[in-house]
Design a protein around this ligand. Structure first.
Ligand code: BG6
Length: 481
């Protein structure tokens, strides 16, 4: 299978926070890969902007070093020099006045204009205003903003209002990198590109859905940020919420930005408040490494590094079908998946001990991206009707050959979508606000009650209490290995 690479139009992309971790680790490697693949045209230009007093050559040297660290060795070929030629740099202080007139003179007419705010949200307002007052951003310019987009409904609304002073909603690209993951997009392809699943995709046939994002890493190195955030703000309000929306939403009438986002918004609005008994928060104990409180350098921290919860969606399609979500750091394995467990057949014609089981559809996000449907068949051979589950496995690496090994990083897809002007995989302002409106009372509840997270061993599957959350419903979490 040969992948089609359609070059995007020439662009000027300014990365504020151009020397920061995200730019070095994700944004510039993603752009390089798109360049190497022929998608980024020669006329494209990337301007790093940050406070460091560098010149263009100094910046190129920094990015060359970052590539050595974050790209695979075989990717760092003779294209690196050609790519670095597309880079420029300007020292700019978001809160100051220096550098802005120079930036204006660097921007070209007739090419797509995009500004990536790879900085903390406290600088969004200053950047938006200076781009405007210095006459730099055109009315068709795009701005890209990263999470955290607020830490509650009030702050998210304030951020939206700040950006709205200078930019129209159609110009704002709020990144949730989970939406750029290949399998997440595949979830929509599977649901809406096949007739097979959609008739069964409802409370009548689905017993429950599990969404897991388990990470092996801890919070070491970013404990200060994380301790103010916790798994709920860092992962559930955004990444898991997006996975939930794509799993639960109604078919949009077109694969277009507002049609898709309208349907996602309806799911968030239909989420029921979550009772305290349906939430388990955890904090990892050090086993072979530092514990959460050591990583966070806060001995009495009550922030959760793990959360599991049972959600209900109050609408016709999902009434009575629970969605179980869990995410955590320092878990047994890195594993992210969406698993739909179907109900048993209404009546079994086979003996009780024949071994009939429910069908399970699992959509693996990482690692080993792919889709797997378990079906029941007869165990081969003589000896009566014994049943066995076999996977219909669509591991991308096998199905798609070499193309699948080069599954693009989420940022590659998303940045190209910004340049193409396609907002489908970006969050709209009202969607982010609705997610916070659902999240806030849950966080307020445990803050008021001064709930303490349950301990769990680093390298385990999470706290015992989370296992109970499932067991009491007669269900169990999928194994993390
Ligand atoms: C980020 C979170 O948004 O997503 C991190 O802030 C988390 O805490 C990361 O580790 C996970 O992303 P991925 O793509 O590695 O699953």
């Amino acid at each position: 299978m040969v992948s089609r690479v359609i070059p995007v139009d020439p662009f000027d992309l300014v990365i504020f926070g151009g020397t920061g971790d995200l730019a070095r680790r994700k944004i510039l490697p993603a752009l390089y890969r798109r360049y190497r693949d022929g998608q980024m045209p020669e006329e494209a230009r990337i301007i790093g902007a940050a406070r460091s007093e560098l010149d263009a050559d100094g910046y190129r040297a920094e990015i060359r070093a970052a590539f050595k660290e974050f790209l695979r060795a075989e990717e760092c070929d003779d294209q690196v020099d050609a790519f670095l030629e597309r880079l420029d740099y300007l020292p700019i202080d978001a809160m100051g006045e220096g550098g802005w007139p120079e930036l204006k003179t660097k921007m070209r007419d007739g090419v797509t204009q995009a500004f990536y705010f790879s900085v903390g949200p406290s600088l969004f307002g200053a950047l938006a205003e200076r781009l405007h007052t210095n006459g730099i951003a055109r009315s068709d310019a795009r701005i890209v903003v990263e999470k955290p987009f607020g830490r509650d409904l009030g702050s998210a609304k304030a951020l939206n209002a700040t950006l709205a002073q200078h930019f129209d909603e159609t110009q704002i690209y709020r990144i949730d990198h989970y939406l750029g993951k290949e399998t997440v997009q595949n979830l929509m392809a599977i649901r809406f590109g096949n007739v097979l699943f959609e008739p069964l995709w409802n409370a009548q046939y689905v017993d429950h859905v599990q969404i897991t994002v388990a990470e092996g890493v801890g919070v070491g190195g970013r404990g200060a940020y994380y301790d103010k955030s916790g798994a709920m703000r860092d992962m559930v309000q955004n990444h898991l919420m997006q996975l939930l929306c794509l799993t639960a939403m109604e078919p949009p009438n077109k694969f277009e930005p507002d049609a898709v986002r309208d349907e996602k918004l309806k799911v968030i609005r239909a989420l029921q408040p979550v009772a305290p008994a349906d939430i388990v928060r955890g904090q990892y104990n050090g086993n072979d490494g530092p514990s959460y409180v050591e990583d966070a350098e806060t001995p009495d921290s009550r922030t959760e590094s793990y959360i599991a919860m049972k959600l209900e969606i109050a609408n016709w399609r999902w009434n009575g079908t629970p969605f179980y979500l869990r995410t955590g750091k320092r878990m047994k394995a890195r594993k992210s998946e969406i698993v739909v467990t179907f109900k048993d057949t209404p009546h079994s014609i086979f003996d009780e001990d024949a071994g009939q089981r429910a069908n399970i559809l699992s959509i693996r996000l990482q690692p080993d991206e792919g889709i797997d449907l378990s079906v029941t068949i007869k165990e081969p051979g003589p000896g009566g009707m014994r049943l066995v589950d076999v996977p219909l496995d669509m591991t991308f690496a096998e199905a798609l050959g070499p193309d699948a090994e080069n599954v693009p990083d989420a940022y590659e897809r998303l940045i190209m979508d910004v340049i193409r002007g396609n907002q489908t995989l970006f969050m709209r302002g009202d969607e982010v606000e609705a997610a916070w409106a659902w999240t806030d009372p849950i966080i307020e509840g445990w803050t008021e009650r001064r709930d303490k997270p349950a301990g769990y061993d680093a390298g385990s599957s999470g706290p015992e209490e989370a296992l109970m959350l499932m067991h009491r419903d007669g269900r169990r979490w999928r194994d993390l290995t």
